[in-house]
Design a protein around this ligand. Structure first.
Ligand code: ADP
Length: 605
């Protein structure tokens, strides 16, 4: 890239630049004309260079003047110049060695006048910034009078120099503001792109950020490193050619020491060959081993949040490319904060993802274990139950009969637990997909109510069923939906005392079939309601604990509802009763002439 690349950047900065240049050009031409000089030039200090922005005079000198000069040439000139005003300096015809090759000698045949302008005379105004540093030079040459400046010209020039000074400083301010704004905007974009939730792993985030980073900072290579609590961390580095490179382990050791110190000091790491200020040697290693060549210029900043340094970022520029500007350095330090926060989030998300995957594996293992165990228990349990039944028919003495009864209750209870576990394992198994067929849930309701009714009667609980006359069809598994309604209805009866009421209702609401099972029983505390659908949860309410149960019924109900595309809700008040509501997507009724009846569907499934 050219040395004067900043002048050519597209966008608002370039526009401001060119309009400011036009103003300066106009100014220089007016000064030359009004004060009476053929040549006038205005140069500004750009880093360590003096760059001419406006010139008027013989065309043959233009190209030469447009070459930047080192700022260092100003000092010896000013040292020997005479002050003719606050800004104005004049130096006599003694040629200065330091100016050799930098100062255009504009020939003018001197007159005989004692005040005649000499070919090596120089008249210039020093333009300074608020900090007192030289910001630019306005110089004039070849006076039309052929004389050295008189008092009137000096005061005119002084006035115009003051105006030129303001114009140059405004240009600097505008440029800095625009640069800051551009950097702030691209830094925001950078951080936004690093925070995209769609990016998978941390490596994805780092890779994705590279392009933005390089573009925002007009850099070539980049290295982003994120520390991990254990291990060497995650690194992504790309060279000038955009190739991914492996980060050497020694560099990871160096960055682990340097980055936290840089973060604590909130300082950038600036490294170029021959530049001091890198006690860790990290910059030299980045230049030499990672991002291209030893002669690149590297800007590095630590990434962090609060007191914690979470990583490091380094950018490189090719030799000959412009140096990092103060705005870019400030912007990089700011990016260190913003990107640090974004990467911390990405790191946390990745850890969470890993944790979720681990938990899923544990959960899968648990489900498999439960399924396998309950399966293995089912057969011996059936054998025991069968034999106990046979034994019950035998003529047992009262003591043996009591033992027999206890054994039978125990095996019944075990059978219930095993059956509940088997069903829950089945409905939770992703390898056991739902086989959904159209079925009329009213039929399920009737069957369930008929089954639970005897228990309700025995307890003195009034059980009612309310359903519409028209079919309520859902796509589902008949066995599973039977357990769903059965669990809710039997719970309602179980947790309702004598004299209470249980109502099972089915209705259609918009495109859903809604089942409500309400009771006037013991109710559920708000605290318990939050835990209700967790496997093995049993209420701490003594009234509930008096009833036997596994704590698996509602988990199974919720799982069945979810795999049918439905949802479950509970509304309850302790001591007053509970209402469970299950909503399932409705399916349009199947015309009886072309499809099997819903009853056949149930049997088929
Ligand atoms: P359980 O086999 O213990 O009944 P569930 O999963 O079906 O297991 O229910 C979990 C807990 O929720 C029960 O132990 C009970 O405390 C409470 N519960 C469920 N249904 C009702 C209800 N209709 N009224 C009051 N409490 C209920």
């Amino acid at each position: 890239m050219d040395q004067d690349a900043p002048w050519r950047q597209p966008g608002p900065a370039a526009w401001a630049e060119s309009s400011a240049r036009a103003v300066l050009q106009l100014m220089v031409e007016s000064i030359a004309e009004i004060v009476g000089y053929e040549v006038a030039a205005l140069s500004v200090v750009e880093g360590d260079q003096l760059v001419t922005l406006a010139y008027t005079g013989p065309e043959e000198h233009r190209a030469y003047l447009e070459q930047p000069d080192p700022v260092a040439i100003i000092e010896p000139v000013l040292a020997r110049a005479t002050h003719l005003g606050e800004r104005l300096r004049f130096f006599e015809s003694t040629p200065l060695e330091e100016l050799e090759g930098h100062w255009v000698r504009i020939e003018q045949v001197p007159t005989d006048h004692p005040d005649a302008w000499q070919p090596d005379d120089g008249l210039l105004a020093v333009l300074t910034g608020d900090d007192g540093a030289v910001a630019g030079i306005l110089s004039v040459d070849r006076p039309s009078s052929g004389r050295r400046p008189d008092a009137h010209q000096c005061s005119l020039l002084e006035r115009y120099a003051a105006q030129a000074e303001r114009a140059v400083l405004t240009l600097f301010d505008t440029r800095e503001l625009l640069e800051q704004a551009a950097h702030a905007a691209s830094a925001r974009q950078l951080v936004r792109s690093a925070s995209r939730p769609t990016l998978g792993s941390l490596v994805d985030v780092l890779r994705h950020t590279h392009g933005q980073l390089v573009a925002s900072f007009d850099a070539c290579g980049s290295w982003l490193h994120v520390f991990e609590p254990e291990g060497p961390g995650t690194s992504v580095a790309r060279t000038d050619e955009g190739q991914h490179v492996e980060v050497p382990l020694t560099l990871l050791d160096e960055v682990a020491i340097a980055a936290p110190e840089l973060w604590e000091r909130q300082e950038p790491l600036l490294s170029a060959s021959g530049r001091p200020g890198d006690p860790w040697g990290l910059g030299a290693s980045v230049r030499g081993q990672l991002l291209g060549g030893g002669d690149h210029a590297v800007l590095g900043v630590a990434l962090g949040v609060g007191d914690e340094c979470v990583g490091f970022m380094a950018l490189s520029r090719l030799p000959g490319q412009r140096d990092w500007s103060p705005v870019e350095i400030d912007s990089a330090l700011q990016v260190g904060h913003d990107l640090g926060a974004a990467l911390m989030t990405a790191r946390a998300l990745e850890r969470e993802r890993r944790l979720v995957a681990d938990l899923q594996r544990v959960e899968d293992y648990r489900s498999q274990l439960v399924a396998m165990l309950s399966h293995e228990l089912r057969t011996p349990l059936t054998v025991i139950s069968g034999n106990l039944e046979l034994l019950g028919e035998a003529d047992l003495d009262p003591a043996a009969r009591r033992h027999h009864e206890a054994m039978r209750r125990g095996t019944d209870r075990m059978g219930t637990v095993v059956d509940d576990l088997l069903l829950l394992a089945r409905v939770s198994n992703p390898d056991h997909p739902l086989v959904a067929l159209p079925l009329d849930v009213r039929r399920v309701g009737r069957e369930v109510v008929a089954l639970v009714d005897s228990t309700a009667r025995a307890k003195g609980v009034e059980l009612s069923l309310d359903e519409p006359d028209t079919p309520l069809v859902v796509l589902g598994d008949a066995v599973e939906l039977d357990r769903l309604v059965g669990n809710l209805a039997s719970n309602a009866v179980k947790y309702t005392g004598s004299g209470g009421r249980v109502a099972v209702r089915f209705r259609r609401a918009a495109d859903e079939v809604v089942l409500t099972v309400s009771d006037t029983g013991i109710g559920i505390s708000e605290e318990d309601q939050r835990e209700l659908f967790r496997a093995f949860f049993r209420s701490t309410n003594p009234a509930a604990l008096r009833e036997s149960g596994t704590g698996l019924g509602l988990t199974t109900v919720a799982t069945i509802a979810a795999r049918h595309g439905g949802r479950i809700q509970v509304a309850s008040r302790l001591g007053e009763g509970s209402t469970f509501t299950v909503s399932l997507p409705a399916s349009s009724p199947v015309p009886t002439s072309v499809a099997p009846s819903t009853e056949e569907s149930v049997q088929a499934s």
